[in-house]
Design a binder for this molecule. Structure first.
Ligand SMILES: Nc1ncnc2c1ncn2[C@@H]1O[C@H](COP(=O)(O)OP(=O)(O)OP(=O)(O)O)[C@@H](O)[C@H]1O
Length: 253
């Protein structure tokens, strides 16, 4: 479905990275990345383990600072404390209170976002049903499976109806049926104008993104639609394209 977004040009950009460099202990982990993500885009970050995906999204959200270059989110320079209210972030490892129930976790994080009373109840209901956890809300989180914990983390990231969702491998440990329904929902949120940035290792998920950024050794080796990336690489799958582009191939097979 065609997306239409009624934003002025100043508001039209969700995230802008200019010449980002991040070093750890003298090693360059993000090596001069520039990237613009428009509002409402479902943008996937794809790359091998250790290529810098998590580091890059931490820089986008202001959780970490670059050693060089600049980051802005929705027109605001990052990092900024007030921007924490604007985006929903789901980290790679679940930051949950195991001794609390699923519902208590949602209430706790909802309160941090200033949600109270009936509004909080409504949001908990909506977010929990989205990730199919309604029947498990009164269980202690310690008794949740890995996939249930991921789903609870996703519900927490959605609780305050953020304009920007940043999800670090949201579907790890989630079964294929639920994975599909979560992706359907992500597409629907994106059609409503919510920007979604998602890291993934799963190729069929990558193909569902509006645009993909391919990262290798801290460099952005491509940023385009899945179709354009496959065409450029002269490949019929994203997986093949990723390998071809990453090894320096440009499609002239
Ligand atoms: N705080 C840190 N201190 C030192 N090195 C770090 C730190 N954070 C990340 N790194 C290193 O930076 C590199 C990129 O890590 P990052 O977590 O961004 O990769 P990734 O692409 O998200 O990997 P994965 O898919 O396995 O999650 C790795 O070599 C990692 O060891």
């Amino acid at each position: 479905m065609e997306k239409t977004h009624p934003y002025s040009s100043a508001e039209a950009i969700a995230v802008e990275l200019q010449g980002i460099v991040r070093m750890f202990g003298g090693r360059t982990v993000i090596d001069g990345i520039s990237l613009t993500i428009p509002r409402g885009e479902l943008f996937g970050l794809l790359g091998p383990s250790g290529s810098g995906k998590t580091t890059l999204i931490k820089l986008m959200t202001g959780i970490d600072r670059p050693d060089a270059g600049s980051v802005s989110m929705l027109g605001e320079p990052m990092p900024q404390l007030k921007m924490l209210q604007v985006f929903g972030y789901m980290a790679q490892s679940d930051a949950l209170y195991n001794e609390l129930t699923g519902k208590q976790n949602l209430e706790f994080f909802g309160a941090l976002f200033g949600l109270t009373g009936q509004l909080l109840k409504n949001r908990i209901h909506a977010a929990a049903s989205l990730v199919d956890l309604t029947d498990h809300l009164n269980k202690q989180t310690a008794a949740y499976s890995g996939g249930m914990k991921r789903r609870l983390s996703l519900a927490i990231a959605l609780l305050h109806e953020p304009r920007l969702l940043v999800l670090d491998e949201p579907t790890v440990g989630i079964d294929p049926v639920l994975r599909q329904s979560i992706w359907k929902e992500l597409s629907a949120l994106s059609r409503q104008g919510i920007t979604i940035i998602v890291t993934t290792h799963v190729m069929d998920e990558a193909e569902k993104c509006d645009r993909l950024g391919l990262i290798r050794d801290g460099k952005l080796i491509a940023a385009d639609t899945p179709e354009a990336i496959m065409q450029k690489a002269g490949c019929s799958t994203i997986e093949e394209a990723f390998i071809a582009l990453g090894s320096g191939g440009g499609g002239e097979k």
